[in-house]
Write a protein that binds this ligand. Sequence first.
Ligand SMILES: Nc1ncnc2c1ncn2[C@@H]1O[C@H](COP(=O)(O)OP(=O)(O)O)[C@@H](O)[C@H]1O
Ligand SMILES: [Mg+2]
Length: 385
Amino acid sequence: MANRETVLNALESVQDPELHQSIVALNMVRQVAVEGSRVAIDIALTVAGCPLHQQIRRDVETVVGQLDGVEQISVNLGVMNEEERRTAFSRAFQTSQANRAQAAAAAPQKTSARPSGPAIGPLPGQAPPQGMMADTDDTVVLGIASGKGGVGKSTVTANLAVALTRLGARVGVMDMDIYGFSQGRMFGASGQAQANEQEKIIPWSVHGVSLVSMGMFVPEDQAIVWRGPMLGKMLQQFFSDVAWPALDYLLIDLPPGTGDVALDIAQKVRKAKLILVTTPQPVATHVAQRAADVAKRAGQEIVGVIENMSFVRLPTGDTVEVFGAGGGAALAQDLRVPFLGQIPLESIVREGGDQGQPVVVISPESEAAQAFDRMAALIRQEAGR
Ligand SMILES: Nc1ncnc2c1ncn2[C@@H]1O[C@H](COP(=O)(O)OP(=O)(O)O)[C@@H](O)[C@H]1O
Ligand SMILES: [Mg+2]
């Protein structure tokens, strides 16, 4: 006969499809009741409307159904509150770190797989230009890139930055989208750049994030024509002339396209990795693919793909795929990199951006904010720190 212990043991083998860890270890199993041949299990999902909930239900039914004497299973799916979700994610993160450390200890000779093709960055072992972030520095540098503008790159940058701080990380944002710098507006930060005693620029500090933007030097609506050398100089300054605090992550909001800045960054910060943002339709993914090609040639690792504006959730719970479907996942598959997930189209996302309150701040319970939280946790797993 099955009992609570045997059921819990069986549930150990069911993994959360996104976090790749046991639902028991993640505290997702709320309650197990066994009455004769009937088993009732309450599971708390990490987010409401988790697209993978059917898979979790199926897996639970399969493993418990294999136990002796079980004839009827009812699985109740609920949702974690924010506190529980944070605990689950930080637990998942710690376990993955521990697993990784174990794997590294077991295979000390393992060489990292770098994309092939002509290298554009400095050669391995070559010192980065003075004042740049050294490869030995612990900060994880993530460029947020997209083939074209308007796909939500800046929105993703701002929300991921805040979501990462909520996981306990120290985070900086560098607004390098010199054609349309918008991080000041997204974070609700304004005012001229201030320098400290060493003549270094003091970053804005908002929503727990350290931020530098061109907006500190010129008003947002002022048109500037940037030429290559000026751009390179700007980038250099944002690295070397800013009084950055110690950071776990530095997120760089890149200009759209495959242009100079991405290559400059590849050259100057060899360890910089890329996150690609796309909308679901093929035209958007094609241009994102080109950005990825450049990154690969530059020897930059791509952490994963984020699909934005994936669907509108109706009050009935159904979704409408305004911009088509499947582009993000297909792009990730093409590039053989992780698909980090989908962000719904929600008006609160735009409103938050316009008001200087990223959606993860203004509406943490919204589906979009929860998607950002999950992505931040995945990025910690993939890009580590
Ligand atoms: N998921 C979303 N739901 C609703 N509006 C969004 C979403 N993502 C971005 N937006 C809005 O779309 C516009 C373009 O986004 P933005 O982040 O500035 O794009 P990019 O930096 O790629 O040009 C902004 O007004 C932003 O608030
Ligand atoms: Mg932008």
